[in-house]
Design a protein around this ligand. Structure first.
Ligand SMILES: [Zn+2]
Length: 292
């Protein structure tokens, strides 16, 4: 799936640049990322102290910010990872405005380096995440290189859109009350946390399944239909961020009781289910645990 080169994607995305100051803490409580924090050992970075750590927001490091003004057209989105994120933001807001009454867009920050947030420090090492208290999506496109290097995913265009769509899914869960109604109740294969993650995968799939119908203000479709290869790539991205896959990659054995995001098969299934069948099938809380 590529953007229509003529589509208008000029939006509000903010880019922040860390200044290399010492990093105080990492992603703290309340943060919802694309994958389990077990990513740390895989990267050779010890994030183990951060899990459930309630880290205070990191104040270290000035950051600069400004809109990604160079991102104007679909062609920009096709040639530049940052602009692809900006383009995704525009299309996601367009989509969700049509599906959620009173929709309020999240903020989106394309991180370059490290930047402090109310949920801790955003960087490529922790992966993309959504910070509920500030209704903000954070994504460092360097993370896609990590997916390629550490997880063997090609992390192509559609896979990248899946990941942004997943984080947007958490915003939808926040503003529609899903998070409030299904609070964190620990880990495990049918925990609320896993159901939240699988629903976000389903939302991302539903968005991508419908997205070729969406048009910019000039009637130009934002995106061209995905190829089979791109679809396989996106499904593979959902697979490699599964808890069991990450646990294996980390050199450990698979421990379903510690699942926070769902197994690779589950993530693949829910992404594909949303893609094929739309938003109506995404109530993961209505499914018995053994059928998730
Ligand atoms: Zn997530």
């Amino acid at each position: 799936m590529t953007f229509n080169p003529d589509a208008d994607i000029s939006g509000n995305t903010t880019r922040r640049r860390g200044r290399g100051a010492a990093i105080g803490g990492g992603v703290g409580v309340g943060v919802i990322g694309i994958l389990a924090l077990l990513l740390g050992p895989v990267l050779g970075v010890d994030l183990s102290g951060l899990v459930g750590g309630g880290t205070a927001p990191s104040g270290g490091g000035a950051s600069t910010e400004g809109a990604l003004i160079e991102c104007k057209t679909g062609e920009d989105a096709n040639t530049n990872d940052d602009c692809r994120m900006a383009g995704a933001e525009v299309v996601l807001n367009d989509y969700w405005e049509q599906h959620v009454d009173g929709y309020v867009a999240p903020t989106m920050t394309v991180v370059d380096g490290q930047t402090p947030t109310q949920c801790g420090t955003a960087s490529n090492a922790v992966g993309p995440f959504y910070c509920p208290p500030e209704q903000g999506v954070y994504i460092d496109p360097d993370f896609f290189d990590i997916m390629r290097q550490q997880f063997g995913a090609s992390a192509g265009e559609l896979a990248q859109l899946y990941i942004v769509g997943h984080e947007w899914g958490h915003h939808i869960q926040n503003i529609t009350g899903v998070m409030r109604d299904h609070p964190n109740n620990g880990t495990g294969p049918d925990s609320n946390g896993v159901r939240i993650e699988l629903q976000a995968d389903c939302y991302a799939g539903a968005w991508l399944g419908d997205v070729t119908e969406l048009e910019d203000d000039n009637g130009v479709p934002y995106l061209e239909p995905p190829t089979e290869a791109q679809l396989r790539d996106a499904v593979n991205a959902a697979y490699v961020v599964g808890d069991d896959h990450i646990q294996q990659q980390s050199g450990g054995f698979v421990s379903p009781e510690s699942f926070t995001h769902g197994s690779s098969e589950q993530r693949k299934y829910w992404f594909a289910n949303g893609y094929q069948n739309g938003l109506g099938v995404c109530d993961t809380f209505a499914i018995p645990g053994d059928q998730l």
